[in-house]
Design a protein around this ligand. Structure first.
Ligand SMILES: NC(=O)C1=CN([C@@H]2O[C@H](COP(=O)(O)OP(=O)(O)OC[C@H]3O[C@@H](n4cnc5c(N)ncnc54)[C@H](OP(=O)(O)O)[C@@H]3O)[C@@H](O)[C@H]2O)C=CC1
Ligand SMILES: Nc1c(N[C@@H]2O[C@H](COP(=O)(O)O)[C@@H](O)[C@H]2O)[nH]c(=O)[nH]c1=O
Ligand SMILES: [Zn+2]
Length: 400
């Protein structure tokens, strides 16, 4: 078992090496290993490795098999050759041919799988096909880790909508900014560097107009040793106040920097066509979504993203948009970074508000939470589970 975990860990590492580059495909890693025919205690030798190719190219299993065949033109599979793969091999033609076919053709007799493919077209089918072909299949090695590699894919493939992940950086008493709006920085360098990794994974980031005006953020992924990366950057601004204040407050970086064509302002017909035109003339994109009020509806935004093939959105705040998302049960996943400080000030900004939680049974919870210590701070993350009787505190939202 320890050996299986060792090679699966290598496969997970390979999957991570293509972080954020494979959408809509999952990140998968594969390793082909030869064990000793005579000494079952001897460590196996890695023959070939692979990871999912970017943009719909060959899957990890095929990349590994192709690399192996370069060395062994007729494959050299023996009864002691094992393929380790983080996710169940696909079993439908797709764009690149079923991996189950390629594995069977290679003569490999043993496959170790991390997790099942959540795609209902595959789920378990790939395993059945391999077994029917006489291949020994073992499942569930480092399962949680392998499944956790693909939070975006897992959601997309089962719901056909993007994963909406909220991210907050709070004090111990759950505040994201002081009463004045000051919030830089609550979390320390290590936690902020971790945020940069998630920004590299998600195809898009979203913030509200209040955050743009208070923080003038860049919203790019800046990782030491890597080129700066810019996801799509959504700005929620129903009345286009960020555009109308341009002349008095100067232009937000999101509308002027070298990635401004990656900024999409999301607004309503109440925002004013003149501002929409001005933004577009600058090279900034604008989505005007139908809405009876000055607020874009989150369900409409989700559908629009799905139509545009945007597979996941990392929503960084502020308090107002996060509170709306919570009360509409639109947050699928939460990244909560918590720093060891507290404000103890009622007028500091709470990360989310507006629910009426009278009993613990009504609490919003995280399923299978993961905790990571990052310098002085702690990240708690997980899938959000809402109670059946989510109840709103109307007194809060009558004031916006
Ligand atoms: N620590 C942390 O993790 C973070 C802290 N912050 C801090 O939070 C503060 C900003 O938060 P907050 O003031 O609540 O502002 P938000 O960033 O939530 O933006 C609120 C504004 O966005 C617009 N808006 C809200 N909902 C919608 C919608 N559904 N559709 C279109 N536009 C919408 C509104 O414009 P209008 O009023 O015109 O309708 C509103 O003024 C800052 O101090 C910032 O530093 C921000 C992000 C993260
Ligand atoms: N204050 C705060 C965060 N704030 C978030 O980061 C944004 C700034 O991004 P950038 O300009 O790209 O560095 C800011 O507008 C807000 O969304 N994030 C954190 O991880 N920790 C923190 O303490
Ligand atoms: Zn495949």
């Amino acid at each position: 078992m320890a050996e299986h975990e060792q090679f699966m860990r290598r496969a997970v590492e390979l999957a991570r090496s293509v972080w954020g580059t494979t959408h809509p495909n999952p990140m998968v890693g594969a390793v082909i290993v030869e064990s000793s025919a005579t000494d079952s205690e001897a460590p196996g030798t890695i023959l070939a490795e692979g990871a999912t190719s970017p943009d719909g190219g060959p899957h990890a299993e095929r990349v590994a098999l192709n690399a192996w065949r370069e060395d062994e033109p007729h494959y050299g599979a023996t009864p002691h050759t094992t393929l380790y793969v983080t996710m169940e091999p696909c079993s439908t033609e797709g764009r690149t041919g079923a991996c189950t076919d390629a594995i069977i053709a290679s003569g490999i007799r043993r496959v170790v799988v991390g997790t099942l493919d959540p795609n209902p077209a595959h789920a378990g089918r790939g395993i059945d096909i391999l077994r029917e072909a006489g291949i020994e299949v073992m499942t569930g090695i480092l399962e949680a880790e392998c499944r956790g590699l693909n939070i975006i894919f897992n959601h997309w493939i089962t719901t056909h909508t993007p994963l909406f992940a909220a991210k907050t950086a709070t004090t111990l008493d759950g505040r994201i900014a002081c009463r004045t709006g000051d919030s830089r920085w609550i979390t320390g360098e290590v936690a902020r560097a971790d945020v940069m990794r998630w920004r590299r994974l998600f195809p898009a980031i979203a913030v509200g107009a209040g955050t743009v005006m208070q923080d003038n953020p860049r919203l790019t992924s800046r990782i030491e040793g890597e080129e700066e990366w810019c996801p799509i950057r959504f700005v929620f601004d129903g009345l286009l106040s960020t555009a109308s204040r341009l002349s008095t407050r100067g232009l937000p970086a999101l509308y002027t920097d070298e990635f401004k064509h990656r900024t999409i302002v999301v607004t309503t017909p109440h925002g004013g066509l003149g501002y929409v035109r001005q933004l577009r003339e600058r090279g900034v994109q604008v989505w005007v979504l139908p809405s009876p009020t000055q607020r874009v509806g989150w369900a409409e935004f989700r559908q629009k993203c799905a139509g545009e093939q945007i597979f996941g959105v990392y929503i960084e705040g502020g308090a107002q948009i996060l509170s709306q998302l919570l009360r509409e049960a639109q947050i699928d996943y939460l990244f909560s970074y918590q720093a060891p400080m507290l404000f103890g000030d009622d007028r500091a900004k709470p990360m989310m508000r507006g629910l009426r939680t009278e009993r613990l049974g009504q609490a919003v919870r995280l399923a299978e939470p993961l905790h990571t210590i990052l310098g002085d701070d702690v990240l708690t993350r997980g899938r959000v589970v809402y109670p059946n009787d989510l109840s709103l505190d109307e007194t809060v939202f009558s004031h916006g």
